[in-house]
Design a protein around this ligand. Structure first.
Ligand SMILES: Cc1ncc(COP(=O)(O)O)c(C=O)c1O
Length: 362
């Protein structure tokens, strides 16, 4: 029997693989200590005032949300000092990234990004029909911006720069990024994916919004999923010039961002002191974890995000399995390495104990 004809591109597209949840028995009950360090989520509950805002919005779920996300857009525009027309919200920053591909790239076009980087890039690039151009990270697990600029051709439409990079946590600094942007033709869109921006403490890492101001071909992606802890509500945004921002509004799924997400995001922005305190706590834990791992003899990539990367090669899946047995799930990339989210102190302690015993067995 014949089946409906689908686009040929789909054959080569892997399905997005989410981080594993903590182990559970057959009835779904948790078996022992169980922490999820596999999805770069925030271990804290919603910020003060956020749950109340979401609950209030839930009272109106028989109504469609504000399609323009007006209150949030105005709040973001004021916060970043950009025109409201340059703010485009969407269903998580990955949803906005997919729209950016939709508005720039199709069959015959090329999309450049570092590799390894965020796993969604190859998927959403291939869905658009465009050709993905992978540029290997350098020996220090960082973007090789010179090689990325060299990879630009007349078919290039979009370049992702993931800063900090998922899964390595490494960053590109101001001078190198500006040099790179100077080399990219002005009709190629450069997307600075700053999903983990809030965790950056290195002052040499530029704020993408400053670069957007001077360069019409730069768009910045941000999310409420990580530092703000709203991963479950699916809300992110881009800051981009026209015509990119207008194109994002055209391609948005109508009413895609729920009112719960919109109101929770506004409440999160207004809870800045608590946000900063939590981010400082996670950054301190990050330093503690990196120092402890280095002390155990591991080579840890220099991270500015809420996760660390261990290049374990062949031993990757063994390490991940050992972590799981000990009560924490991490994110293995078989044959390459493991990404470990900075979580609750207790979870980080289990991770460090496991890493130490694994190291001794090597
Ligand atoms: C680099 C990067 N960009 C974007 C996202 C997407 O986040 P969200 O769609 O939840 O905003 C992620 C999530 O893991 C990420 O790591």
């Amino acid at each position: 029997m014949t089946t409906p004809k689908l686009r040929a591109e789909l054959d080569s597209i892997p399905t997005y693989k989410p981080g594993r949840p903590p182990a559970a028995d057959e009835d779904g009950a948790q078996t022992g200590p169980a922490f999820k360090l596999s999805s770069n989520e925030n271990p804290y509950p919603p910020l003060p005032g956020v749950l109340e805002a979401a609950i209030a919005a839930a009272g109106s779920i028989n109504r469609y949300p504000d399609m323009a996300c007006s209150a949030l857009t105005d709040e973001l525009a004021a916060r970043f000092g950009v025109p409201a027309e340059h703010v485009a919200t969407g269903t998580g920053s990955v949803g906005v990234a997919q729209q950016l591909l939709q508005v720039t790239s199709g069959p015959g076009d090329e999309v450049i990004y570092a590799w390894r980087s965020f796993e969604a890039y190859p998927i959403i690039t291939r869905i658009s029909g465009a050709t993905a151009v992978h540029v290997p990270l350098d020996a220090d697990e960082r973007h090789d911006l010179d090689a990325m600029a060299d990879a630009v051709t007349e078919r290039t439409r979009l370049i992702f720069v993931c800063n900090p990079n998922n899964p390595t946590g490494t960053v590109v600094r101001r001078a190198a990024l500006e040099r790179f942007l100077d080399r990219v033709p002005s009709d190629v869109l450069v997307v600075l994916d700053e999903a983990y921006r809030e965790f950056i403490t290195d002052e040499e890492v530029p704020d993408g919004v400053d670069l957007y101001r001077e360069r019409p071909n730069v768009a910045v992606l941000r999310t409420f999923s990580k530092a703000y802890g709203l991963a479950g509500l699916r809300i992110g945004f881009a800051i981009a010039h026209d015509p990119v921002a207008a194109a994002l509004r055209k391609t948005a799924v109508p009413f895609g961002v729920s009112q719960l997400a919109q109101d929770a995001a506004v409440a999160s922005l207004r809870a800045e002191p608590a946000l900063l305190e939590r981010v400082a706590g996670l950054v301190a834990e990050r330093a503690r974890v990196v120092e402890a791992l280095s002390g155990q003899g591991w080579t840890v990539a220099e991270t500015q995000a809420n996760f660390v990367w261990l290049r374990l090669g062949e031993r990757t899946t063994d390490f991940a399995a050992q972590c799981e047995r000990a009560g924490v799930t991490v994110r293995p990339f078989a044959g390459e390495g493991v990404r470990i989210t900075i979580g609750e102190a207790e979870a980080n302690a289990i991770l460090l104990r496991t890493a130490e015993s694994f190291r001794k067995e090597l």
